[in-house]
Design a binder for this molecule. Structure first.
Ligand code: NDP
Length: 319
């Protein structure tokens, strides 16, 4: 490990909508934030095509362009944005210690964690090939593009159930591919799915391949896990809703998490169980998972960090 130790008032980990919004607010509050982008600068949105639901873009925008706009705005107020990966943390004493790229040590008065979550994928080459061209992991983001068309969704949890009913309002027909003979989703959600006339649930079914014409998705090849029978279903859209993994591995043992690994915060705040450490965006939100909600909680994290520092300076106890 190198001897170089740098001290910062506010360290932001992650560069999605939450991290950049935290950076804009922290920089404007003169906290001189340093941001480490992680291995995927811009986060999940750089993997999407059109974003039509972020306020302020009346004509829509692509995910990568929007994240570039976020970055420029954060830089305009002086955020020091660095490409790098936080490989370990030590929250045992103040100031907190963070190791970047296994070699550099940073100490920080406040840390805003915005490392996001990663959608799980089936792992099929065709899924990767048509990602953004009919394949999506977010019905709320992309369902609109399949208005009046037929789509399939894979998954049987609450997310899949919720997204299937969301898609059913927009699409002609929704095929729901469930790999076992039952749902994992709650009874109420299953009830909603089964009572939506244009959702057809296909049990005991796995996805073998996503079919396409080289440009767009044209169908899905399914396989019945009991009989081995294969069926091609023509669809224009294919939605994957098999869960997300929050990017919290390095915080295990330091921060309180739920059973899946999402960081726990005091409701209505971004405050974690460790003083001076705040969490914003999808890393602490398995429920809404939208760019705009992530951005909102990034703003909250910067305000929480600023107020924490101010209270500390004046020796006032805060949550
Ligand atoms: P879950 O982990 O609950 O469910 C994932 C689903 O995907 C399971 O049904 C699983 O099948 C299926 N799956 C996993 N891998 C594959 C695969 N390779 N092929 C086919 N199917 C696969 O994730 P969710 O995102 O649905 O939910 C996460 C959490 O968020 C849950 O606690 C949920 O209750 C909560 N949530 C609550 C909501 C609400 O209350 N309105 C809305 C959305 C989420 P199997 O069952 O066979 O393992």
């Amino acid at each position: 490990m190198s001897e170089e130790i740098e001290h910062v008032q506010c360290l932001i980990i992650g560069s999605g909508p939450a991290g950049y919004t935290a950076a804009i607010y922290a920089a404007r509050a003169d906290l001189k934030p340093i941001m480490y982008t992680g291995m995927e600068p811009g986060g999940q949105l750089t993997q999407t095509t059109e974003v039509d639901n972020f306020p302020g873009y009346p004509l829509g925008v692509t995910g990568p362009v929007m994240m570039e706009d976020f970055r420029k705005q954060a830089e305009r107020f002086g955020t020091d944005i660095r490409f790098g990966y936080v490989s370990a943390v030590d929250f045992s004493s103040l100031p907190h210690k963070v190791i970047v790229d296994d070699i550099k040590t940073i100490t920080a008065d406040t840390i805003i964690i915005s490392t996001g979550a990663t959608a799980k994928w089936l792992g099929l080459p065709s899924e990767q090939r048509y990602n953004g061209f009919g394949v999506s992991a977010c019905a709320v983001c992309d369902g609109f593009f399949f208005k009046g068309q037929d789509v399939a969704i894979v998954g049987a949890g609450d997310t899949a159930a919720e997204e299937a009913t969301y898609l059913a309002k927009l699409c002609k027909k929704v095929y729901m591919l469930v790999r076992r003979d039952e749902f994992r989703a709650s009874k109420a959600m299953v009830h909603r799915v089964l009572n939506t006339p244009n959702i057809e649930v296909i049990y005991n079914t796995e996805t073998k391949e996503i079919l396409g014409n080289g440009k767009n998705v044209t169908g899905v090849r399914t396989v019945n896990v009991e009989t081995g029978a294969e069926t091609d279903i023509p669809v224009e859209g294919f939605f994957v809703a098999i869960g997300h993994t929050p990017n919290t591995g390095i915080f295990k043992g330091w921060l309180d998490m739920d059973e899946v690994g999402y960081l726990k915060t005091i409701p209505g705040t971004t405050v974690t169980n460790v003083e001076g450490v705040f969490a914003s965006g999808d890393v602490q939100d398995s429920y809404y998972r939208q760019a705009v909600t992530a951005a909102g909680s990034g703003c909250m994290a910067a305000l929480d960090a600023e107020r924490y520092l101010a209270a500390k300076e004046h020796d006032v106890k805060v949550v």
